[in-house]
Design a protein around this ligand. Structure first.
Ligand code: PGA
Length: 251
């Protein structure tokens, strides 16, 4: 059966109110009937823009996600700087990124990630869960061991995988312009699938790739049938490159 391909824009700490133009352009492109139906487009702007964007672009063609969620399982309270699951839902978002390597560097460990994932899913948010090894670990041939550990320490056995998108993002590829070879990716995704089937009894996990995805390299990346989409940073900031990624994937 043909599967849905995810194109998720991770804006990180970028964008302002004017950036809505970029989303409008993507939205207009999606209205065209000529592009495959089997796609899911999600934008994760900074949280200050979520509400206004999702209110202004009231469409079924695009979805939104937050870039973080509080580990405190409450709707409101005296917790400076925190964004609750309820607040995210109210902003119109249906997704949240958890475990991004840039967040792990700051303040997210596996215990926190596990908590956030469970709070998100409990509140009907789908989770984009990021995993990835750094260059040192890759050079030591530890990549898969690291990924396995990140999954085991963050994903509860009882989780419903319909609510989870696993984004493999090698840290050495994020923002560097370096993309792993298809051979390397094939080995990683094959092992991931096998591991998830054995440990979590899930046959069709949603596995995507992130790290320096561009309109050019998406063609080669798209040859890997185990990859169901992309988490796109830099190239998602401008509608032109984001649209080209989608077009080139399906061409
Ligand atoms: P990049 O970022 O596409 O700019 O490499 C991807 C990500 O960090 O999610």
């Amino acid at each position: 059966m043909a599967k849905t391909i995810y194109f998720i824009g991770n804006w990180k700490m970028n964008g302002n109110y004017d950036s809505i133009k970029e989303i409008e352009t993507v939205n207009n492109f999606l209205k065209k009937k000529s592009i495959s139906k089997l796609k899911k487009i999600i934008f994760c702007p900074p949280s200050n823009l979520l509400m206004s964007f999702s209110k202004k672009i009231n469409t079924k063609l695009l979805d939104y996600g937050a870039q973080d969620i509080s580990k405190i399982n409450l709707n409101n309270g005296p917790y400076t700087g925190q964004l609750s699951a309820k607040m995210i839902k109210e902003s119109g978002a249906n997704y949240v990124i958890v475990g991004h390597s840039e967040k792990r560097l700051l303040d997210e460990d596996c215990k926190t990630i596990k908590k956030k994932i469970s709070i998100a899913i409990e509140n009907k948010l789908k989770v984009i869960f990021c995993i990835g090894e750094n260059l040192f670990q890759k050079k030591k041939n530890l990549s898969f061991k690291i990924l396995k550990k990140q999954i085991l320490n963050s994903i509860d056995k009882k989780i419903n995988f319909d609510n989870l998108i696993i984004a493999y993002e090698p840290i050495w590829s994020i923002g560097t312009g370096i993309v792993p070879s298809n051979n390397y990716l094939d080995q990683i995704y094959t092992k991931l699938k096998k591991f998830l089937r054995e440990k979590y009894k899930v046959n069709s996990p949603i596995l995507i790739y992130g790290g320096s995805v561009t309109p050019d390299n998406v063609v080669t990346l798209g040859e890997n049938s185990l990859i169901s989409g992309f988490l796109i940073g830099g190239a998602s900031l401008k509608s032109k490159s984001f649209i080209e990624i989608i077009k080139n994937y399906f061409r």
